[in-house]
Design a binder for this molecule. Structure first.
Ligand code: GSH
Length: 202
């Protein structure tokens, strides 16, 4: 088994935090985006989209998509559950994970790609779109803040993959000075809670 990682990437980080929470160690190969290793033919054989993370199983099967990789490990290592325990919890984790992905991680990633100098020459930047995504992410943060009033974690009483997705999305915002506004006290309290976990820097 081999985990293909990208050190600064939010989606590989989702898997790294998940694995650290489970105490699972996987042989890892780092792909260097600065050297464009992810767009070389050798890596495109692993993932033709050139994206990280990817997991290669011993029989050569490749899994991509951070949540698909986590789900694979979850089946093999169900404790502690990170995708919910009951039917309702599982649905709530799915719901909040998708919301975190689509309403926070995605717009922040778009803001990063379209406003940061890091992406100059890597894609065609549209600054207006990037700024519109910044506003979208900030508006979404207010909704997450209201939801987190009286709760420790996003989807269930426990830390789940939904929290990991939100955490990785918000962390990415730091690269474009997009932080949780001070007045969003519940989201800020949640942020302190999740980032004080031993796995937060995985
Ligand atoms: N939906 C995918 C997203 C994968 C993705 O966009 N990975 C980024 C790193 S966070 C990447 O590899 N980017 C390289 C590039 O765009 O050239 C997942 O959840 O794994």
């Amino acid at each position: 088994m081999k985990f293909y990682d990208l050190a600064g990437g939010s989606n590989p980080r989702r898997v790294r935090i998940y694995l650290a929470e489970k105490g699972i160690e996987v042989p890892t190969q780092s792909i260097d985006m600065m050297k464009k290793e992810n767009s070389q033919p050798e890596f495109l054989k692993i993932n033709p989209f050139g994206k990280l993370p990817a997991l290669e199983l011993d029989d050569g099967t490749v899994l991509t998509e951070s949540m698909a990789i986590c789900r694979y490990f979850e089946e093999e290592n169900p404790e502690p559950p990170m995708f919910g325990r009951t039917a309702l919890e599982k649905a709530q984790v799915e719901m909040w994970n998708r919301r975190a992905e689509l309403e926070i991680l995605y717009p922040i990633a778009q803001c990063f790609q379209h406003t940061s100098d890091f992406w100059i020459g890597r894609l065609e930047q549209h600054k207006g779109w990037g700024e519109s995504c910044r506003s979208k992410a900030l508006a979404s943060m207010a909704i997450f803040d209201a939801h987190l009033k009286d709760r420790n974690f996003l989807a269930t009483d426990d830390y789940t993959v939904a929290d990991i997705t939100l955490q990785c999305g918000i962390l990415l915002g730091k690269g474009v000075a997009l932080k949780i506004p001070d007045e969003l006290e519940h989201l800020n309290a949640w942020w302190k809670r999740v980032t004080s976990r031993a796995t937060a820097r995985a």
